[in-house]
Write a protein that binds this ligand. Structure first.
Ligand SMILES: *Cc1c(COP(=O)(O)O)cnc(C)c1O
Length: 276
């Protein structure tokens, strides 16, 4: 434990509820992989704990869950202080460059999945403390659905000679030695998510194509796949799929799924939280 603070324990009832929902989601992840290629992959399940108490996180951690996702910098900082340092925190909220410093100060911050600008990448790289032993994983967020209310760079292919996504990827690889370009992340449209049982989810297919094209562009630009600057095992990872569509995402080849309500139950809205 860090900071000397310790999260309170969940009640036995709450712990057993979380146990059940976590087991169910794990089971559904296994089934989805078993029915899609390649079968031997090991996707990461990120438990999205935003608005949920640290005691919930601790209960899941005690069941072997180590990857957790948070959307708000201050909430993440507060939780990280009270919870075991073995936890791998994934930041999945909107990233403002002026919050990079406080985010980078969390020793067990494992990944920032929502990088969308060279400015944010530079700020993160600069803010990471020298004592950090491993680079920080970053994923570039792609707006696959093109909706105004979603952030992210446009997917590939693009008409631009040097698309924003390729530029940002090059910037991270060349200019940000403390960052590791791990992959791409998307949310996708709700409509696609709801209609995804019959036909492939187009947003997920778009992220797959974008990843393939970006890899090609990087290799053509001379960035070798066997280096440690980007990807894992020579491939950029895909973070896609939430409670309502993680099985479809796994079928499309997702490596990282982010599940909140499916594990922790419905969330209060931010306004309600404040008045509690
Ligand atoms: C909240 C959130 C999730 C989890 O959503 P659920 O529908 O509760 O599973 C996943 N990804 C991002 C980026 C989120 O903001």
């Amino acid at each position: 434990m860090s900071g000397g603070l310790t999260a309170p324990k969940a009640s036995p009832e709450r712990a057993s509820e979380l146990h059940e929902s976590l087991q169910e989601i794990r089971q559904r992840v296994r089934q989805a992989i078993a029915s899609s290629a390649p079968v031997d992959r090991q996707p990461t399940l990120v438990a999205v704990s935003k608005y949920k108490p640290a005691s919930d996180v601790l209960a899941c951690f005690e069941l072997g869950q180590i990857d957790f996702g948070e959307n708000y910098v201050q909430e993440l900082v507060d939780k990280a202080e009270q919870l075991p340092t073995e936890i791998r925190w994934h930041f999945i909220g909107t990233l403002q460059s002026n919050k990079a410093k406080i985010l980078a100060s969390i020793p067990n911050l494992y990944a920032v999945q929502t990088v969308t600008s060279t400015k944010a990448a530079t700020a993160l790289n600069k803010a990471l403390p020298a004592e950090r032993t491993s680079p920080l994983n970053v994923l570039v967020q792609v707006n696959t659905s093109g909706e105004d209310n979603k952030s992210g760079l446009p997917p590939l292919p693009s008409d631009a000679t040097e698309p924003d996504l390729v530029q940002l990827a090059r910037h991270i690889i060349v200019q940000c030695p403390r960052l590791h370009l791990q992959g791409l992340m998307t949310i996708g449209s709700l409509a696609e998510s709801l209609s995804s049982t019959e036909k492939p989810n187009e947003d997920f297919e778009r992220l797959v194509r974008t990843r393939d094209l970006l890899q090609e562009a990087l290799v053509q630009a001379g960035f070798s796949t066997d280096g440690d600057r980007w990807g894992e095992g020579g491939k950029l990872l895909l973070s896609m799929g939430m409670s309502s569509d993680f099985e479809a995402a796994l079928n499309s080849g997702s490596d990282i799924v982010r599940v909140g309500t499916g594990i922790f139950g419905t969330r209060l809205q931010k306004e309600e939280i404040k008045s509690v």
